[in-house]
Design a binder for this molecule. Structure first.
Ligand code: PLP
Length: 394
């Protein structure tokens, strides 16, 4: 018998993964060319050549026993130094290697951060629509998710945050560029949030942390930049992953940056290092740490995602879909043409489309398209999107 807690988590288990499996089945039945699988945020662009070169260099030149051995649970010093240098170069962060914990992707980092901060029953705010795994990660630490409703433009709903914030609010997860909306929060929006949180910290005499979940930091469109949140709100813990920018999701490598400005810095840093160990990660994969150290400022050719976005969004608008154009990531989150988003996604399978209902992200009435596929696939899918909306037009 499995535990009651796990039973609940299995029952609510990711609809996105289920769609992905369904997509594979559809391909087997109908042929690759007739299926348009937009279910999973699995990058289709190859990692840059420098990653391969770095891998070979690690094998050739790193000391074998150091490379394959245990290390500080926070990661190799040389890797953490390279990550701190990069943050300093790019954001003038003032980071030291001791402020970095190398993690098993962003997922590992989020679990480490939540494990370090949350007592059972304490509240973690998340903004709908949100990455569906957040509620699972919050359940892992017996925290209470407090869900903030979406704004029409997918901005930060400051009014509702103010109404729902309590003495039990320990942190708020901010994901910008955002999965699933593609929204990049502006400096002004983040400043308003920072002002509110600072005011509430004073009022409640608590510390309220922002956990900035930033695996899409580099994937921004139209020359935008995602603001560096620790420069706006000192109580910010940053989580990053190389899954998306370098197309390495299976390699499970990312990091947490804990700025010195964070309340209770020493204890949180110690807790995160121990959390990395006792959650069973022990440390991030040693080989990938040494690879990342060599390619820390590189990205894959992410310009393809902006091209895909342009082709897809102009076609969707022409067909009558309502959508806020993504400002980053490789997701679009249009309104479902019918109220029931699950029915829409089920109906769309008829045309070979594999897309995910907004309900999986806490926002029924929408659907998500993960357009991190080949440009040819986006183009080939357009007639299917046209048919999928036209069936409801009288
Ligand atoms: N956070 C967000 C918003 C994501 O979209 C994802 C993955 O899709 C993750 C975290 C997890 O990233 P990783 O694969 O690095 O654990």
């Amino acid at each position: 018998m499995i535990s009651q807690k796990m039973k609940k988590l299995v029952e609510g288990s990711s609809a996105i993964r289920a769609m992905f499996e369904e997509g594979k089945k559809m391909i087997a039945e109908r042929g690759e060319e007739n299926v348009f699988d937009f279910s999973l945020g699995n990058p289709s662009i190859v990692p840059p050549d420098t990653v391969k070169k770095a891998m070979l260099d690690v094998i050739e030149n790193e000391d074998t026993m150091t490379l394959h051995g245990y290390m500080n649970n926070a990661g190799f010093e040389s890797t953490r130094q390279a990550l701190a240098d990069s943050l300093n170069k790019r954001f003038n962060a003032g980071a030291k290697l001791g402020d970095i914990v190398v993690t098993v992707g962003a997922a590992g980092g989020l679990n480490v951060a939540l494990r370090s901060l949350i007592n059972p029953g304490e509240e973690v705010m998340i903004l709908a629509p949100f990455f569906g795994e957040y509620t699972n990660y919050i359940a892992n630490v017996d925290g209470t998710p407090v869900i903030i409703s979406p704004m029409k433009d997918f901005g930060i709903n400051i009014t509702e945050i103010e109404a729902k914030i309590t003495e039990k609010t320990r942190c708020i997860i901010i994901n910008s560029p955002n999965n699933p909306t593609g929204r990049v929060y502006t400096e002004d929006e983040l400043k308003s949030l920072a002002d509110l949180l600072a005011k509430k910290q004073k009022e409640f005499k608590t510390s309220i942390y922002i956990i900035a979940d930033e695996p899409y930091r580099e994937i921004v469109f139209g020359g935008r930049k995602a603001p560096f949140i620790p420069a706006i709100y000192p109580n910010t813990i940053v989580g990053y992953s190389f899954a998306k920018s370098l197309s390495l999701p299976g390699e499970r490598i990312g990091y947490i940056y804990l700025p010195k400005s964070v309340d209770d810095y020493d204890n949180i840093l110690g807790a995160m290092t121990v959390a990395n160990r006792i959650l069973g990660f022990v440390n991030a994969p040693s080989f990938m740490q040494k690879v990342i150290e060599r390619v820390v400022d590189e990205t894959a050719d992410i310009s393809v995602y902006e091209d895909n976005k342009n082709v897809l969004c102009s076609a969707l608008k022409e067909y009558g879909y309502e959508l806020n154009e993504p400002q980053g990531t490789f997701y679009a989150f249009p309104k479902s043409p019918i109220e029931d988003d699950k029915k829409f996604c089920a109906d769309a399978k008829e045309y070979g489309l594999v897309i995910v209902p907004g309900s999986s992200f806490g926002a029924p009435g929408y659907f998500r398209i993960a357009f991190c596929v080949k440009p040819e696939k986006v183009k080939a899918s357009l007639p299917a999107f046209k048919k999928a909306i036209e069936r409801y037009k009288k």
